[in-house]
Design a binder for this molecule. Structure first.
Ligand code: ADP
Ligand code: DP6
Length: 341
């Protein structure tokens, strides 16, 4: 019996300049470059075992064996690695999400970054993190960015080989994010489906693309200058523009719920009352993320608790790059997961 094992952790990331649309579905090439903040509060731990006695791939998530459809997604992803080095063994994948799955909190980003790193470690692939991000991309676009910590850019690239992510700043200048987790159930419209429908039917989509290029350039200048106000204003504007493309798709749709609107209104009210620099963004789900100063987080949580239950407000600081875990780390992770539920 020959066995190759790899274990890795990757944190989720929240896009400040959104990736919204693919120019190539098969290769996961995006229509635009994007930029995100990696979060320390949410992550995925994944173990992969390649073994020549296995007769098929298998996949368990959060201790539950997954459906054939989910296994197929994982198999297709592992095939990229197998084809790259001529590996014939099937694999067992076990994963723990310390983030709600499919709720617009970027579980697919941490998931495929962790699986990519665990696979590369198991198979002893000698790749730079940038190269690895081109593999992660094929599982889920946003996972390119979860291989890195702090503020991260994913370059749309000219083709598959250069559509990759890289870190641009460690975000170690009093940056924080609050997640207003109003609803963590699985969403009805996957990001993949929502973005494709939007690209095909929204008359606003060309304007989204055009202005997003300008937003990216301006937000990078703001990050390098540590200009928090401009960073926040661009973040909020870019997120709202993305959601305007869903409202203008045909038929129209939205990821927002009544609770999302209440949370947004709470942020506006608190911003006005406390005179604090706080800015919102939302992804393909109903939850609201609030970019703020890390040093303001306590005051903000207190103020926002007047509008929504305190247990729905989750604090996060910028998160680190993806990392390899030991067998002991993996056991500790299982222990922690079982204590959570
Ligand atoms: P989210 O907002 O959570 O990123 P998506 O719809 O983009 O939602 O992605 C969720 C999908 O990602 C899940 O349905 C599943 O297919 C995949 N996924 C989530 N977590 C994992 C994991 N730990 N390992 C492998 N795949 C995962
Ligand atoms: C709104 O990366 O989940 O969160 O590449 O099809 O897996 P696929 O999509 P995914 O989409 C993320 C969309 C977003 C914006 C972003 O994270 O940039």
């Amino acid at each position: 019996m020959t066995q190759a094992v790899g274990i890795a952790r990757a944190h989720t990331n929240i896009a400040l300049i959104k990736y919204w649309g693919k120019r190539d579905q098969e290769l996961f090439l995006p229509m635009n470059s994007s930029l995100s903040l990696t979060l320390d509060a949410f992550y995925t731990d994944t173990k992969v075992i390649f073994d020549d006695t296995y007769t098929a791939d298998s996949f368990s998530l959060n201790g539950k064996e997954q459906s054939e459809k989910e296994i197929q997604k994982i198999s297709r992803f592992l095939d990229l690695f197998r084809e790259y080095i001529g590996e014939g063994r099937f694999a067992r994948v076990e994963s723990l999400n310390f983030v709600p799955t499919a709720a617009g909190l970027a579980s697919s980003a941490s998931a495929f970054a962790a699986l990519a790193l665990a696979s590369a470690d198991a198979l002893k692939l000698n790749m730079t993190p940038q190269e690895l991000s081109t593999f992660a991309r094929r599982g889920s676009g946003s996972s390119t960015r979860s291989l890195f910590g702090g503020f991260v850019q994913w370059d749309m690239g000219t083709g598959s080989a250069d559509s990759m992510a890289y870190p641009i700043d460690d975000a170690d200048w009093d940056i924080g994010m609050l997640v207003l987790a109003v609803d963590t159930k699985e969403k009805k419209i996957a990001s993949r489906v929502g973005m494709e429908h939007t690209v095909q039917t929204s008359p606003f989509y060309p304007a989204w693309l055009e202005t997003t290029k300008e937003d990216l350039s301006a937000i990078k200048t703001a990050i390098l200058a540590k200009d928090f106000e401009t960073l926040g204003q661009i973040t909020e504007h870019n997120g709202m523009k993305m959601h305007a493309t869903t409202l203008s798709a045909n038929p129209p749709f939205t990821y927002w719920t009544a609770d999302s609107l209440l949370a947004q209104e709470a942020v506006r009210q608190v911003r006005e009352d406390l005179h604090l620099q706080v800015y919102m963004t939302m992804d393909a789900g109903p939850n609201v993320k609030v970019l703020c100063r890390a040093s303001d987080m306590e005051r903000l949580v207190q103020a926002l608790s007047a509008y929504l239950p305190a247990e729905k407000i989750i604090k996060s600081l910028p998160g680190p790059a993806a990392s390899i875990l030991s067998q002991e780390d993996w056991q500790a992770s299982h222990q922690k997961f079982s204590e959570r539920i």
